[in-house]
Design a protein around this ligand. Structure first.
Ligand code: FES
Length: 105
């Protein structure tokens, strides 16, 4: 079963900002990149590092712990030492809220 859950008011996630929200026990990092919204699980698949404070290079996030690189858009791993993709979540805007979809099936 999937649910769309509010993670932010749209005016609180302004251009080039990010925030981390606990969504039903999952730390989800939500990004506004150039007016597009993306959401990832805030956990590096390499060794569990927190990704949300990683440096951004366009749509690429760099894990602050060991430097793995991932696409924020797709979750695809782009550089070692990680070899697994990120978990990503669909994002939508509804009635002034940024929402993410969590699939609990
Ligand atoms: S924990 Fe992210 S690269 Fe190691």
């Amino acid at each position: 079963m999937s649910n769309w859950l509010d993670v932010s008011n749209i005016d609180e996630l302004t251009l080039s900002t990010r925030r981390v929200v606990d969504v039903e026990g999952i730390n989800v990092a939500v990004f506004n990149l150039g007016g597009e919204y993306f959401a990832i699980k805030d956990e590096c698949p390499h060794d569990g590092g927190v990704l949300s404070n990683g440096e951004l290079d366009g749509e690429v996030i760099i894990c602050p712990r060991h430097g793995a690189r991932f696409s924020i858009r797709t979750g695809t791993v782009l550089g070692p030492p990680a070899y697994e993709d990120l978990i990503t979540f669909p994002v939508r805007i509804s009635q002034g809220k940024v929402q993410v979809e969590i699939d609990r099936t």
